[in-house]
Design a protein around this ligand. Structure first.
Ligand code: ADP
Length: 487
């Protein structure tokens, strides 16, 4: 058993903006069931505080002139001990963890997450009187990436693992901020936090953590190449001995078509025909013609370039002659929201769009759609294709990152040996996706084959159990790599 402090800026169901929250809400639970002494730590945003429910103050301490209450509760639906850093100055705000209610990033995000990281270090090294000292701190993304850099200063310290959920988000700030934060001057160096004259939070993790991982093996390879490395590929190649990829799992209870309370109709592999009831309900919800024979594609996600919106917008108009329908749920860049809305107005029988975030609708789309569009330009792991597989909704994905590692194409050979689970495409923007949609349509005409692939998809096991076991191995390796163990 190891004492692990799992640090994240979001965790489902306390607060969520993306896949990181799903991981931070699930992996600690899986680790707990593997008998680890795991504590989840995040800032006490008002929403998180409210959703944590019953909790108590277990420590009060001061950091940089700010008072902190450390709150303890249990992650809802689990026994995972959850700590919230309650400091009104930085975290008692409306909006999401990174932005205000108008969608503008908080101007003091560097201060907020540097403060969060400092608090994590104080707690991990038992400077706050808890009588609990972490053996390993598991940091996630740039918001907690300063932790390995700060702990590196200590003569004895916990081991550190840094997980990259998306290298595109790095926490880059001006030099002035580095000075304002009062970080140790020697960290202003290209071998430390400096990145082309800017302060890079993520480098704290990439340079100093004992181990680094990403959320799929393919993405771990890709980010060592200039096309995917954002200028950090050299550093990542330098650290490749300590870099690995571990696929995310999914919450098999939350995402179970057999029991999902949000669905019109539950179904499983033996009652797959009932999936159609969800499709009809979805068509009705989106005011699309209730045609069972139309191939209904779903899309859920942030409306940003990464999710392949440019390809979708370029391909869609040419794809509408066939028996197809498309439903979109997402929010993000204004121009994508507008473009999708416009298409829906032009083609109300074929395209429907809901701008916004809806956990409920996302489940109903996964259940009701026949196929799921996920043509991401890069994808560290991706969760929606995993939910889709479990719901027998065939993912249509670009061959990148976690999509490449989790979906097996309907190539004839894979169909013959019953391994195919979706439609995987390569190729340039203008032909890759249209061709993939055509292939999906062709498969859909063959009901026997379609069902075969659905059943293969639903057989896949992307539960956290397996991934958590691999994380445990990585924790062990990280402990061995720590040159300055705390005990
Ligand atoms: P990323 O973390 O890059 O946003 P992932 O596929 O890894 O992408 O995870 C996204 C998660 O957020 C999934 O659980 C997805 O269902 C959810 N999600 C994204 N946008 C929405 C939305 N508009 N409504 C509901 N859920 C959403």
């Amino acid at each position: 058993m190891s004492r692990i402090l799992f640090a994240s800026s979001e965790a489902y169901p306390l607060i969520k903006t993306g896949g990181l929250a799903d991981v931070a809400g699930s992996l600690p639970r899986a680790l707990l069931s593997l008998k680890q002494d795991i504590r989840l730590i995040l800032p006490a945003y008002p929403e998180a505080r409210k959703r944590l429910g019953k909790c108590k103050t277990i420590a009060r301490f001061e950091l940089d002139g700010h008072n902190i209450n450390l709150l303890q509760g249990r992650l809802p639906g689990s026994r995972v001990i959850t700590w919230l850093i309650d400091c009104a100055t930085f975290f008692d705000r409306p909006g999401n963890p990174y932005m205000n209610e108008q969608g503008q990033v908080w101007p003091d995000n560097a201060e907020r997450f540097a403060f969060f990281s400092q608090a994590i270090c104080a707690i991990a090294t038992d400077q706050v009187g808890l009588d609990w000292q972490a053996e390993l701190v598991h940091c996630n993304d740039w918001q907690t990436a300063l932790v390995p850099a700060l702990l590196d200063q200590e003569t004895r310290r916990p081991a550190t693992l840094f997980t990259v959920h998306n290298l595109a988000y790095q926490g880059l700030f001006d030099y002035d901020i580095f000075v304002t934060l009062g970080l140790p001057p020697h960290l202003w160096h290209p071998d430390a936090l400096e990145f082309y004259n800017q302060l890079s939070f993520i480098k704290g993790g990439l340079v100093f953590a004992d181990s680094i991982n990403t959320v799929s093996p393919s993405y771990a390879e890709e980010i060592q190449r200039p096309e995917f490395g954002y200028g950090l590929d050299g550093l990542l190649r330098h650290r490749r001995q300590q870099l690995s990829g571990i696929l995310n799992g999914i919450d098999m209870d939350e995402w179970n078509p057999g029991t999902d309370p949000r669905l019109e109709q539950n179904y499983n592999r033996r009652s797959l025909a009932k999936k159609l009831i969800n499709k009809t309900a979805l068509q009705e919800y989106f005011k699309l013609p209730k045609k069972p024979e139309a191939l209904l594609f779903g899309f859920i996600g942030r409306l940003v370039e990464q999710k392949g919106l440019d390809d979708i917008l370029a391909s869609l108009p040419g794809m509408l002659d066939g028996p197809v329908q498309f439903v979109f749920l997402g929010s993000g860049q204004h121009e994508y929201e507008q473009a999708l809305r416009k298409l829906a107005v032009q083609q109300p029988d074929k395209i429907a769009v809901q701008i916004g975030y809806s956990e409920e609708l996302s489940h109903r789309i996964e259940a009701g759609a026949d196929a799921f569009l996920m043509p991401s330009t890069f994808e560290p792991c991706g969760l929606n294709q995993l939910y889709s597989l479990r719901y027998g909704t065939l993912p249509v994905v670009r061959k990148v990152g976690g999509l490449n590692d989790t979906v097996i194409d309907i190539h004839p050979e894979n169909l013959d040996n019953d391994s195919a689970t979706g439609i995987v495409f390569t190729g340039a923007a203008d032909d890759g996706l249209p061709e993939a949609i055509q292939r999906t349509l062709q498969l859909y005409q063959n009901k026997t084959r379609w069902k075969q692939v659905q059943l293969a998809a639903m057989r896949q096991d992307f539960s956290w159990r397996r991934s958590a076991q691999i994380y445990l191995e990585l924790y062990k390796t990280s402990l061995e790599r720590n040159p300055k163990p705390s005990n």
